[in-house]
Design a binder for this molecule. Structure first.
Ligand code: SF4
Ligand code: F3S
Ligand code: FES
Length: 248
């Protein structure tokens, strides 16, 4: 079925902008990114929209459709009514660069704050084999395509610029969990995740999990287990005593 869709697209740049109305042809099987490309090709050659793979794997085309964070290339037009007006806006949590393109460098800065994988210094290459159970635990987290939809959605930073310095966001709290669950990593991730990366600000609303296009159970499998490890370490009197003595 071919029909004409009504789109409202945010157009603007760092100086401000507004929603602009368009009408664009839609064909059977198309996704929202196809419609934006047709809009670019036929009416607005200067429309800025970031994309790369058109297969849900590069994480570039993140935006908001009717206020819901989504990948533009993985959202079929058939999920909307043909008469519905689609409002397409850039991710709200990050500064806009132009039109639908947001500046996601906040996320790169947070990635750099996490100390890298730290194996024991005396361990040589090939001297250790991981159990499948240990591999499996972190494999889910490695499906992340770094689309930052979870970072964009989390209410801790979505309308709270002031929380950004203290909060790594779900994607990077999950990265800490991945390293913490690695049997060879010897860094003290548990203290850092609470004090340096802001795990305490997460109140497990699970909005991050709801929008993850990879279906990663961010809250249940990464954030809650990290909170449990913090609680065990901080509030177990024996662990607390041991840590206090070894710090002296
Ligand atoms: Fe995107 Fe999911 Fe990775 Fe978050 S965890 S950046 S939502 S793929
Ligand atoms: Fe934010 Fe996800 Fe926690 S949405 S509050 S990081 S569960
Ligand atoms: Fe690569 Fe959408 S274009 S995820």
């Amino acid at each position: 079925m071919t029909y004409t869709a009504r789109l409202r697209v945010w157009r603007g740049d760092t100086g401000g902008g507004a929603l602009t109305d368009y009408e664009v042809e839609v064909n059977e099987g198309e996704v929202v990114l196809d419609i934006l490309h047709r809009l670019q090709a036929t009416q607005t050659p200067d429309l800025a929209v970031r994309w790369n793979c058109k297969a849900g794997k590069c994480g570039s085309c993140s935006a908001e459709i009717n206020g819901r964070p989504r990948l533009l290339c993985m959202t079929r037009m058939s999920v909307f009514e043909p008469g519905e007006t689609l409002t397409v806006t850039p991710m709200r949590t990050f500064p806009v660069i132009r039109d639908l393109v947001a500046d996601v460098s906040f996320n790169y800065a947070k990635a750099r704050e996490i100390p890298s994988f730290t194996p024991p210094p005396d361990l040589g290459p090939g001297e250790y084999r991981m159990k499948q159970a240990d591999v499996g635990r972190s494999q889910e987290f490695r499906k992340c395509i770094e689309c930052y939809l979870c970072q964009n959605t989390c209410h801790v930073v979505r309308d709270h610029e002031e929380n950004k310095p203290a909060f790594a966001g779900p994607r990077y709290l999950m990265r800490v969990a991945e390293l913490e669950m690695h049997p060879l990593d010897i860094a003290d991730r548990v203290a850092d995740v609470q004090d340096e990366h802001g795990l305490g600000l997460c109140n497990i609303t699970k909005c991050c999990t709801d929008v993850c296009p990879e279906g990663i159970k961010i809250t249940d499998n990464a954030l809650i287990p990290m909170k449990e490890r913090v609680a065990d370490q901080r509030y177990d009197p024996l662990v607390w005593l041991g840590r206090t003595i070894t710090r002296r």
